[in-house]
Design a protein around this ligand. Structure first.
Ligand code: UT7
Length: 336
């Protein structure tokens, strides 16, 4: 039996900064409303026509993570890619990474768990390493939201929140069982699947041919939908529960947390959780102000920036937690 540890981290965001004021030219919104309700000041959206896609951004983040892990790309035994915005309907972007990095024919798995996708992916990777099956696994979270948002007033409740970007880690075998990922905790509640969803195109109800045939200018089914207040209320409860569950499973208390990295859903949600756990501003890392909500990319993007800024130190207890569409939620308790 082994543990797994994060041996390298990387991130990538597109150059183009989109401010709240810029959005207010596209739709009826304001910098004041967005900052007050979400904490977001700006986000990155890919430049139309650029080479940035979910897969290519993931590859850029992955290259940095591999370099920092001080391993060769051919030491990667497995690839896991979490996203809700794949380049293709199928295949998923995991195989695009295998090709782009020119890694020998290792397995590539795609995870479809939206905002909690990265923590789910990390958990899957952790199991493979614990059993001894693999030594180094590349875990990526990447999203390109900006091309699929309704950028009119009709979509303002959703489109002002989401941003593009990517984060990646290399998860490696750790022989010291006091270090690395101590445990992960995964949950879902499918009865709320449509409260935060993008239902078309999908084979179940509406495929592209149906949308084209109906040609309805009022069709909103191919834009993301979110019942914002309902999602918010569930998020604050589930974040707290799943963090507590992780601490209890390891006989730890909230006082033991050195750094909490919550999925960057909304700054108000992070602040609620911070106060509930009695943590200081220094103990909770947030970068939603700069990037918006990047769903599966948000945790690795925040973790990488926290590590780069010296906030993650040897021996620290680092807690990752996420909640989102599905609903799905998850946590990872890590001894760095
Ligand atoms: O990452 C996955 C998990 N996602 C989340 O956790 C997100 C959770 N939800 C939220 O963060 C918040 O619910 C939002 C930020 C999405 C919305 O904030 P809210 O305080 O819940 O606003 P609301 O949806 O209740 O809307 C309040 C008002 C409405 O107008 P009326 O009906 O009161 O006249 C909206 O039409 O604000 C209006 N509104 C806006 N106004 C200006 C909605 N979006 C905007 C906007 N700009 N962008």
């Amino acid at each position: 039996m082994y543990h797994s540890k994060i041996s390298g981290l990387g991130s990538y965001v597109p150059d183009r900064i989109v401010t709240n004021d810029e959005l207010s030219k596209l739709m009826d919104t304001s910098d004041e409303w967005i900052q007050e309700r979400t904490g977001i000041k700006e986000r990155r959206w890919v430049t139309p026509g650029s080479d940035d896609t979910t897969a290519t951004m993931g590859v850029k983040a992955a290259k940095i993570a591999i370099e920092r892990a001080k391993i060769d790309k051919d030491d990667i035994d497995f690839i896991i890619f979490a996203t809700l915005s794949p380049d293709y309907y199928f295949p998923g972007p995991g195989v695009q990474v295998q090709k782009a990095l020119n890694i020998k024919t290792v397995g590539a798995l795609d995870v479809r768990n939206q905002c909690s996708g990265f923590v789910y992916a990390l958990s899957v990777a952790d199991q493979f390493i614990k059993t001894g099956m693999y030594k180094n696994i590349l875990v990526i979270g990447s999203e390109l939201h900006s091309r699929g948002l309704d950028k009119t007033t009709r979509g303002r409740g959703v489109s002002v929140i989401f941003g593009d970007g990517a984060g990646a880690v290399v998860l490696s075998r750790e022989e010291n069982l006091d270090k690395g990922i101590l445990s992960t905790h995964l949950h879902s509640q499918g009865e709320h699947a449509e409260e935060l969803s993008l239902i078309a195109p999908g084979m179940g109800k509406r495929w592209v041919s149906d949308i084209l045939e109906e040609n309805d200018p009022n069709d909103e089914s191919y834009f993301p939908y979110m019942n914002g207040q309902f999602v918010f209320k569930n998020a604050v409860v589930r974040f707290s529960e799943v963090i507590m569950e992780g601490l209890k499973a390891n006989n730890l208390n909230k006082e033991d947390i050195n750094l909490l990295i919550p999925h960057q859903a909304n700054l108000r949600i992070s602040q609620f959780v911070q106060h509930k756990f009695g943590l200081t501003d220094d103990q909770v890392f947030n970068n939603i102000m700069k990037y918006g909500n990047t769903t599966a990319a948000s945790v690795p993007l925040a973790l990488t920036e926290a590590w780069e800024s010296g906030k993650v130190n040897d021996g620290d207890l680092v807690v990752l937690a996420a909640f989102g569409s599905g609903f799905t939620w998850a946590s990872a308790i890590i001894r760095w």
